[in-house]
Design a protein around this ligand. Structure first.
Ligand code: PEP
Ligand code: MN
Length: 351
């Protein structure tokens, strides 16, 4: 349930509400918006609690939150969350463009990609040093050496880094290098990991699970938010359906649904959402038209020899073309692009 404070409520009255909530073993989470101050009550609430809280001085109203997810809901926080990371705002109007290789392979590969995506207008560098892998025999990442390479690329280009953390064991290590911690689809319901990542206080991007409903996804985000970390970004990366032509089915409807029911920003990942490089641009454009706060795209200097996800990776040239198309259409949908995109015609993508 949420406790809506009166406009005239004092700090002492707010403190008293928070104290009562913690006294009975629940936790209170503050949302101080422009319009109103709200306390979200999380834990096993009971009907008498509403009467008790309503009687306290400074309280305007006590409203049960109808949805199972609480802190991620728009009922708790009507204003959209904007996550700040290294000078980049995720959410709030500017389109965020995260780009880079699926996996860190070599310093040269990462540096050349970072330079190319930056020149084309990306504002966050992606790349996996710890890779989740369906087969234990395929490439699983360079580990800390990969993180060091990413940090070198950040130093040269100034682009903040997003990279995945796979296990609780590596949270501390990855958090030392990353600006945003990525929680992958396969770990969306790894609840202990969600909490540990939340406790770092760093921005977290939570990808949608392979077969997860929107409600399960938002409930997973609650584990991070409940640690007090409000810097959560969601990422739609496609879900498993009966269709086999594409690697996953990109659920474009999830984007407006998330904006309706939640205040968290949402990024679209058309690379994993399709598995095919030539579908990346059309899906990215569809996602932006549907209201996505940004995109995450895999880019590789030579996708044909990529150690991971080459089939869905864009060449530098195709990424530039995607950015040019985005520059044309983003303003129509109320977004601005982070930086310049190359001008000129939009030729057909090719490899
Ligand atoms: C990735 O972003 O490289 C990745 C492994 O994605 P997902 O968790 O969505 O499969
Ligand atoms: Mn990948």
């Amino acid at each position: 349930m949420i406790v809506v404070m009166k406009k005239s409520a004092t700090q002492a009255q707010l403190d008293e509400v928070l104290r009562r909530i913690t006294d009975i073993g629940l936790s209170g989470h503050l949302s101080q918006g422009i319009e109103r101050t709200v306390v979200g009550v999380v834990g096993q609430t009971h009907p008498e609690l509403k009467d008790m809280l309503e009687m306290l001085a400074g309280v305007e109203d006590v409203i049960p939150i109808s949805r199972p997810y609480k802190l991620s809901s728009r009922e708790f926080q009507p204003e959209s969350t904007v996550v700040q990371v290294g000078g980049v705002s995720v959410g709030g109007g500017e389109l965020t463009v995260m780009a880079g290789p699926c996996a860190v392979e070599t310093e040269e590969q990462v540096l050349s990609t970072a330079r190319a995506v930056k020149a084309a207008g990306a504002n966050i560098l992606r790349g996996g040093a710890f890779k989740p892998s369906t087969s234990p025999y395929s490439f699983r990442g360079l580990g800390e050496e990969g993180l060091k390479i990413l940090a070198t690329a950040r130093k040269e280009t100034g682009l903040p880094l997003i990279t995945e953390v796979l296990t609780v064991r590596d949270v501390e290590l990855v958090a030392r290098y990353a600006d945003i911690l990525q929680l992958g689809a396969r770990n969306m319901q790894n609840f202990i990991l969600l909490e540990e990542v939340g406790k770092t206080g760093k921005p977290v991007m939570l990808k949608r699970g392979l077969s997860s409903t929107i409600q399960e996804w938002l409930l997973a985000s609650e584990y991070i938010l409940a640690t007090g970390n409000r810097q959560v970004i969601l990422c739609e990366r496609g879900i498993r359906t009966f269709e086999t032509y594409t690697r996953n089915t990109f659920d474009v409807s999830a984007i407006p649904i998330i904006h309706k029911v939640s205040h968290l920003p949402i990024i679209a990942d058309p690379s994993h959402g399709s598995g095919k490089w030539y579908l990346v641009t059309p899906l990215a454009l569809a996602a932006v038209a549907a209201g996505a706060d940004g995109i995450m795209v895999e880019v590789h200097p030579n996708p044909d020899v990529a150690l991971k996800d080459g089939a869905q990776s864009l060449t530098f040239e195709n990424f530039e073309q995607l950015m040019a198309r985005l520059a044309e259409m983003a303003p129509i949908f109320g977004h601005s692009l982070p930086a310049r995109a190359p001008a000129g015609a939009s030729p057909q993508p090719h490899r």
